[in-house]
Design a protein around this ligand. Structure first.
Ligand code: PRX
Length: 637
């Protein structure tokens, strides 16, 4: 496959960028013409940011799976689309060619249809990192059902909230999932969630761990049995349903500064174009490359750069079921060596945790196949960047530091591997079509270089969020109301003397823990569910491995007198309400919280205490009870 839109030199980047700003519609129409459409668009872009109402490729008809699979059959049919590496290195890996993928996606799409799933229906997918997860995602897309993948680290309560919000009547899950030395009982978690969701009428269960599960008559069916039914019916192909470019493709829930996760909606046409365009350009994908993105498909990174981007580009994408440190800390390097991985896309938190094991696990492996390294999810600290550069890239692999968000659908600011220069801890320059600006608190643009501000985007790009599912007003107030006519990212940012962007972290109440996005309000709500808790406040603090840790200040009525047990009880509550990923790292019991006279918690003060910088707290005279600050400082954990 060739990519006419692939940028190969710094000059070509400059030219593409300039054109994309001067003539965005012409620019994107040209990129989009490399894709397979059943009908061309009537207009390239119609938009306003005040509703917001953004339509890319209006009137165009397509199915993204025809782009991901069908179009490759003639040329790449026997090439691996997915290489699957199991959790346990002793178990056999699987190679799924484009032809196999076609057959499996068609088959499972027929299973969905046979179980009553129709275009526009929402399907919740809660599975481990098995190939059937990618197959389920693509099968939904094939019949126009809207998938909503939920990461395996979320609890039954979180799943129930999401199922209700999306009103998903079908769930696809596994009996269990393997992750390192753990076995996660996914179907059990689903069963707990479904106690609250009697509108779910079908659960399709894939066997993976052979964990005993309860199967409810009339509701729960086995994946394999359903496939057999399809075979008995003689159903093979499943025609790809014609979708409008602006029909929803998927919902992905993400945390914001309010207590309730939002269902970010992406649509078929624009998402396809941008996920693929950014994949090919940022990683400088070359036909034949093996691309290994270590994210989970439960997050946007997995959607865009394990499934849709690579497959649309006809790439070989490697899916790994396990964790970087099991059975030992050489697992990634083992995989790179075994499959001759060319592109490795991972997260700073994984790098930092592997750094702690020294160079032994790295040296035992041949990493010479690597050509490009990528980082995503949080700012990469210079030490981790250098470690990756020297010890993994052996000084010769460009590192792309890719800044983007669930809402942006694809990489927004990043260098392009080997094409535009890298700068450690900088995402560097916007991709063509992306127009970042920095604004001050009042929304005034901060021009020039060597400046800091809040990062906004001033022109639509094809894979941008269209709405928050079921609540468009929420989308408007969250992203488009802070600063009129701008999309507000929630991130703070510095622009250096050469115009390179460096993301400095969230300016709202959203934490980034091991690259997972968690709202402080969500964690507080969960803590407050504990019977003994009167009030709580949650802030982030710097954590060596996770990037940010969760620090909770809690006013508690101690009933059994054992503080440590109470801490564990609170952790358990958070794990139940949100999931283990949101458990606080530190819980400090306090007698009061610093509040203004109007009752607002002064998080700025708590943040400084959590960061162990009490000297920077500043003026506390406006507080209702300034003495409480002293007490909290003295008892800091
Ligand atoms: O704060 C930014 C941070 O992660 C946030 C988006 O989180 P999420 O929607 O979960 O998506 C993560 C994967 C795309 C951003 O608002 N972030 C992401 N990438 C970077 C980053 N911060 C700094 N540098 C990055 N490369």
């Amino acid at each position: 496959m060739s990519y006419p839109y692939q940028i190969k030199t710094a000059e070509a980047y400059e030219a593409a960028y300039e054109r994309s700003v001067k003539d965005p519609e012409g620019f994107w129409a040209e990129v989009a013409s490399s894709f397979l459409w059943r009908k061309r668009w009537d207009s390239v872009l119609e938009w306003n940011f005040s509703d917001p109402d953004v339509k890319w490729f209006k009137g165009a008809k397509l199915n993204i799976t025809a782009n991901c699979i069908d179009r490759h059959l003639g040329t790449l049919g026997n090439k691996p689309a997915i290489i699957w590496e199991p959790n346990d290195p002793e178990e056999h890996h699987r190679l799924i060619t484009y032809r196999d993928l076609y057959q499996k996606v068609n088959q499972f799409a027929n299973v969905l249809k046979n179980n009553g799933v129709q275009k526009g229906d929402r399907v919740c997918i809660y599975m481990g990192m098995v190939p059937e997860l990618a197959i389920a995602v693509l099968a939904c897309a094939r019949i126009g059902a809207i998938h909503s993948v939920i990461f395996g680290g979320f609890s039954a309560q979180s799943i129930a909230d999401r199922l209700k919000d999306a009103h998903a009547q079908t769930v696809i899950t596994c009996d269990g999932a393997f992750r390192g030395n753990k076995e996660i009982p996914l179907k059990n978690v689903i069963d707990d969630a479904l106690v609250q969701c009697d509108f779910v009428n079908k659960v399709i269960v894939l066997t993976r761990t052979h964990t005993p599960v309860s199967m409810i008559k009339g509701r729960d069916v086995w994946w394999d049995d359903e496939i057999r039914k399809i075979e008995t019916l003689g159903l093979h192909d499943c025609p790809a349903v014609e979708m409008d470019a602006e029909d929803p493709l998927f919902i992905l829930y993400t945390s914001g500064s309010t207590g309730k996760p939002k269902g970010v909606v992406h649509t078929c046409g624009g998402y396809m174009v941008y996920a693929t365009y950014s994949f090919v350009n940022v990683f400088q994908y070359q036909p034949g490359d093996v691309h290994f993105c270590t994210a989970d498909i439960g997050w946007i990174t997995g959607h865009s750069y394990i499934v849709y981007g690579p497959l649309c580009a006809g790439a070989t994408t490697l899916m790994f079921e396990g964790v970087p440190t099991w059975p030992d800390a050489g697992r990634f390097w083992d995989i790179v060596d075994e499959y001759k991985v060319n592109i490795l896309y991972t997260a700073p938190t994984a790098i930092r945790s592997l750094m702690g094991y020294g160079l032994g696990p790295v040296q035992a492996h041949d990493l010479s196949s690597l050509r490009v390294l990528g980082s995503v999810g949080e700012p990469i600290n210079e030490e981790a960047w250098q470690w990756l550069h020297e010890n993994i890239g052996k000084g010769k692999c460009p590192i792309v530091d890719t800044w983007w968000q669930t809402e942006t659908g694809g990489i927004m600011i990043s260098n392009m591997a080997g094409v535009t220069p890298a700068k450690p801890s900088y995402a560097t320059l916007p991709l063509p079509g992306i127009q970042p600006i920095l604004v001050d608190e009042n929304g005034n643009e901060i021009t020039g270089n060597d400046v800091s501000g809040n990062l906004c985007i001033k022109h639509p790009w094809p894979s941008m969020i269209r709405t928050t599912y079921g609540d468009h007003e929420r989308c408007r107030t969250n992203y488009f109301a802070t600063y009129p006519d701008l999309y507000f990212t929630g991130d703070g940012c510095y622009r250096d003397e050469n115009g390179n962007y460096r993301i400095t972290g969230r300016v709202d109440d959203v934490l980034n823990v091991s690259g997972h996005r968690i709202g402080t309000a969500e964690v507080e709500n969960a803590i407050n569910m504990h019977a003994g808790v009167i009030e709580s406040a949650v802030v982030g603090y710097p954590h060596d491995i996770k990037g940010q840790g969760i620090y909770a200040f809690v006013i508690f009525t101690n009933t059994h007198g054992d503080e440590n047990l109470s801490r564990q009880d609170i952790m358990q509550t958070v794990a139940r309400i949100i999931g283990p990923i949101a458990k606080p790292d530190k819980i400090q019991f306090v007698s009061g919280l610093p509040k203004t006279r109007s009752g607002k918690i002064m998080r700025r003060i708590l943040r400084k205490i959590a960061e162990n910088e009490p000297g920077q707290i500043g003026d506390t005279s406006t507080l209702l009870d300034p003495a409480v600050v002293e007490e909290i400082i003295n008892n800091r954990i």
